[in-house]
Write a protein of this length. Structure first.
Length: 166
């Protein structure tokens, strides 16, 4: 799982090295005012939640630290990706995790679910791909979708299926 996450993060880093700061931070009308940077920040914060959970064994994506600098500054975002890649390269060591979250909008109690590092890595990867699809919409709105490959924001299963169908 770590290798797939690293590949995905490198796709995001590649985009960051091509996009201007203004394009990165521009609010998107189609995305309800969210910027490409806000979507990328959101993805990276989930990885940081997983990394921080290695000490306690408890992961709670609701309680993530929001770093506005990641969403407005491409250099800070690249640094964050490099930091996550470095940690992934060393490996994440925690036998079992407990995912905690409040999954209702009305403030229901926190629920605990048994999980694992690999399951949370898979979740982070799928979560990233979902946000990459939204980032792609923001890029298209700005007329700069040429900055990414065709498979950016497309699930691997979808890519495999489309190749089998053709």
């Amino acid at each position: 799982m770590i290798q797939y996450c690293k590949q995905n993060l490198l796709e995001l880093k590649d985009l960051l090295q091509k996009i201007s700061g203004e394009q990165y931070a521009r609010p998107s009308e189609i995305l309800s005012g969210a910027s490409i940077g806000q979507h990328l920040r959101h993805v990276l914060e989930f990885y940081y939640c997983l990394i921080e959970a290695m000490e306690s064994g408890i992961i709670n994506y609701d309680n993530r630290k929001r770093n506005k600098q990641i969403e407005i500054n491409t250099s800070v975002a690249v640094g964050a990706i490099d930091n996550i890649l470095s940690v992934l390269e060393k490996g994440l060591k925690c036998a079992d995790l407990t995912l905690q979250g409040n999954f209702g909008a009305a403030g229901e109690p926190v629920i605990s679910i048994q999980s694992s590092v690999n399951r949370e890595l898979a979740y982070n990867l799928e979560h990233s791909i979902h946000h990459q699809a939204l980032i792609k919409i923001g890029l298209k709105e700005q007329g700069i979708e040429y900055l990414i490959e065709a498979g950016f924001g497309v699930a691997p299963a979808t890519i495999r299926f489309k190749h089998l169908v053709q």
